[in-house]
Design a protein around this ligand. Structure first.
Ligand SMILES: CC(C)(COP(=O)(O)OP(=O)(O)OC[C@H]1O[C@@H](n2cnc3c(N)ncnc32)[C@H](O)[C@@H]1OP(=O)(O)O)[C@@H](O)C(=O)NCCC(=O)NCCS
Length: 149
C-alpha cells in the first residue's frame, strides 16, 4: 500500500473522489484552502500513479481531528481505508497526541466499523449535523494516554 503526503498536484483527483463519495463534496477550492492551512495534513493512497483514497487530519496542539477519509468507489473493500486510518493512528502515537476525534453518520456502517476497529468509541452525538439526508453525527474519539508523567 503506497501512502504518501498529498501535494497540491493531487488536489484535483482528491476532489473527484470527494464528488463520487459524498452528497456534499468538498470542492477543489475548499480542499486547497484546507491543504494550505498549516494545522492540516493530508495523506493519499496511490495506485499506478492515480490517487485512490485520502485522509485529512487537523492537529491543534495535541488534539487531532479527522477532517475526512474516502476511497474511490472502485477501490473500496481492499484495505485502503484501513491503511489511511492507520497512517493517522501512527501519526498520533509518534506525535504524542492526547486524542483523535471525528464525526460520522451512524448509518455509515463501513466507516463506523473501520474506526471502531482502531479503538475509536462513541463519546457523543450532534443532532441533525448532516443534511441530504438529515442525520445526527456520531462523535467518535480515540484517546492515546500518550502523556508521560
Ligand atoms: C469508509 C471507507 C473510507 C472505508 O474504506 P475501504 O478501503 O473501503 O475500507 P477497507 O477495505 O480498508 O476496510 C476497512 C474496514 O472497514 C470495515 N468495512 C469495510 N467494508 C465493510 C462493509 N461492507 N461492511 C461493514 N464494514 C466494512 C471493516 O471494519 C473493515 O475492516 P476488516 O476488513 O478488517 O473487516 C470507504 O468505504 C469510503 O470511502 N466510503 C465513502 C466515504 C465515506 O463514507 N467516508 C467516511 C466519512 S466519515
Amino acid at each position: 500500500m503506497n501512502i504518501i503526503k498529498m501535494t497540491q498536484s493531487h488536489i484535483k483527483q482528491v476532489a473527484q473522489i470527494e464528488s463520487l463519495c459524498f452528497s456534499h463534496p468538498w470542492s477543489e477550492e475548499s480542499i486547497y484552502d484546507s491543504f494550505i492551512n498549516p494545522c492540516n495534513r493530508f495523506y493519499i493512497s496511490v495506485e499506478e500513479n492515480k490517487v485512490v483514497g485520502y485522509i485529512g487530519l487537523s492537529v491543534i496542539v495535541d488534539e487531532g481531528y479527522i477532517l475526512n477519509v474516502a476511497v474511490h468507489p472502485h477501490c473500496q473493500g481492499k484495505g485502503i481505508g484501513k491503511a489511511l486510518v492507520k497512517t493517522v493512528d501512527d501519526f498520533a502515537v509518534e506525535n504524542n497526541l492526547a486524542f483523535v476525534t471525528l464525526e460520522v453518520r451512524p448509518s455509515n456502517e463501513k466507516a463506523v466499523s473501520l474506526y471502531e476497529s482502531f479503538g475509536f468509541t462513541k463519546v457523543g452525538e450532534r443532532k441533525d449535523y448532516y443534511s441530504n439526508p438529515k442525520e445526527n453525527a456520531l462523535l467518535l474519539t480515540k484517546y492515546y494516554n500518550s502523556k508521560k508523567e
